[in-house]
Design a protein around this ligand. Structure first.
Ligand SMILES: [Cu+2]
Length: 166
């Protein structure tokens, strides 16, 4: 249901982009985002709150023009469930996208076109200043994943971190 909401928001965003650029075939590849090549959650699967989990707190902050997550690296055992408590201590809205670096890079491009996109997904949440969100996630696959803020300029300012699953 929540995932469906996200797809709906993305569809709206794409619709808006098309509306202002009718006739430009260059937009066609963007439509593939929700199509056959989208393997959804690269980093594992949404967690199950009835099973054990470990809490990891992550703070979002801004200072001297830089933006960051603290900590910016988390080690996880394959199969482990983590409940991220993500706190925004800054004055700007931020996001927490947990996915492969490749998926995040792709979504980052979409957000450059549609900076007002809101996210409320099992692996992605928007966090208003002074607020916090929970993300319960099962890291079912080994690998190196990324959490990132994809609001234009924020990733470049330092808002990204890694989860190493082994
Ligand atoms: Cu941000």
């Amino acid at each position: 249901m929540v995932r469906t909401f996200h797809l709906f928001v993305c569809a709206l965003a794409l619709g808006g982009a098309l509306a202002v650029s009718v006739g430009h075939p260059i937009l066609t590849p963007a439509l593939a985002h929700e199509g056959a090549d989208d393997d959804d959650f690269a980093a594992g699967e949404p967690g199950d709150a009835t099973k054990p989990f470990r809490v990891v707190e992550i703070t979002m902050r801004e200072s001297d023009g830089a933006m960051s997550y603290s900590p910016d690296s988390v080690d996880v055992k394959q199969g482990e469930q983590i409940k991220f408590i993500v706190k925004n201590t800054g004055v700007l809205k931020h996001e927490f996208f947990l996915d492969s670096a490749q998926h995040n890079a792709r979504h980052k491009l979409e957000m450059q076109k549609n900076p007002e996109m809101e996210h409320d997904d099992p692996n992605a949440q928007s966090v208003e200043p002074g607020k916090q969100v929970d993300i319960l996630w099962k890291f079912s696959k080994a690998g190196i994943y990324e959490f990132a803020c994809l609001i234009p300029g924020h990733y470049e300012a330092g808002m990204h971190g890694t989860v190493v699953v082994k």
